[in-house]
Design a protein around this ligand. Structure first.
Ligand code: 5RP
Length: 276
């Protein structure tokens, strides 16, 4: 692997655990102003110090993240469909490699839609993006999207989608957690990070998902809604860091969460003079 490409990957995995906690805030590219991501700048700001990488589009990067930020960026470069259409798989590469380089990002990401009407196009787009990535030292993260068919999230389907992505040259793969996830990991020769999917019933359920994914061999998470749609996003992100980097149990992660909430709630009681 060339130095620049490896350097970009390593920046996204900065902790000795070898794993990464990526914060996903790219949902607006097809969902519009999603709940609690309406004001992306306000959502991102308190979370940024706790993310190893930030996954988003160029529009939100330029408008809502200060250029002084040092957090590595995973730039979504595919799009072209919205939730108003039945077929979410009708995507193109919407951001060129030159803009990704101009933005100094650490990786580019696009969705592949295995088994969907535009499977072929999305896989060809991935292959071409990898050609560009190899030329310019830019890692490519393939996102094994399932569109609206959430029931596709089983090991047979996800193992196929992840393996195909890696075969076409993706340097990293983002997928969903599922039962028998170790089968997905086993068949994929490049690191996998897991998405959270729609908000789960509880913080504990999202922690369990992250915990089980790491235990099965995932190299981290690339999670959005279960963090910033939670009532305590910073506490949630800190508890996920404990799982991903310190292999905390869910019980330990819950304790990290509750302590962070207690501390945050105690802050307003401190007078401004004492805080300074
Ligand atoms: C949207 C994405 C998201 O980044 C990915 O699904 C992670 O976010 P969440 O944890 O909310 O599912 O790729 O297309």
């Amino acid at each position: 692997m060339d130095w620049g490409l490896e350097n970009r990957i390593r920046r996204m995995f900065p902790v000795a655990s070898g794993n990464s906690v990526m914060l996903a805030v790219d949902h607006g590219y097809f969902m519009g102003p999603t709940r609690r991501l309406e004001n992306a700048k306000a959502t991102i700001a308190p979370l940024l110090p706790y993310a190893d990488a930030l996954a988003l589009t160029r529009g939100i990067l330029r408008s809502s993240v200060p250029p002084s930020a040092t957090t590595p960026v995973v730039l979504r470069v595919s799009g072209g469909a919205t939730i108003l259409k039945e077929d979410l798989s009708h995507e193109e590469v919407t951001t060129g490699i030159r803009d990704a380089l101009r933005l100094n990002v650490s990786a580019v990401a696009l969705s592949v839609f295995v088994g969907s009407p535009h499977e072929h196009e999305s896989l060809v787009h991935l292959s071409k993006l990898v050609d560009d990535g190899e030329e310019f030292g830019m890692p490519v993260l393939a996102i094994t999207a399932v569109g609206k068919e959430l029931e596709k999230r089983d090991a047979r389907y996800l193992a196929l989608a992840c393996r195909v992505s890696a075969e076409l040259g993706a340097h990293l793969v983002k997928t969903y957690y599922c039962d028998n996830f170790e089968k997905v990991v086993e068949g994929c020769p490049v690191p996998i990070v897991v998405a959270g999917g729609p908000k789960l019933d509880s913080e504990k359920a999202a922690m369990e998902l992250a915990h089980d994914a790491i235990a099965a061999g995932a190299h981290g998470i690339d999670m959005g809604r279960n963090i910033w749609q939670s009532d305590h996003p910073v506490a949630m992100l800190r508890s996920l860091r404990a799982i991903v980097h310190e292999r905390a149990t869910v019980k330990e992660a819950l304790a990290v969460h509750d302590e962070a909430v207690r501390r945050a709630e105690a802050l307003p009681a401190i007078s401004p003079s004492r805080r300074a």
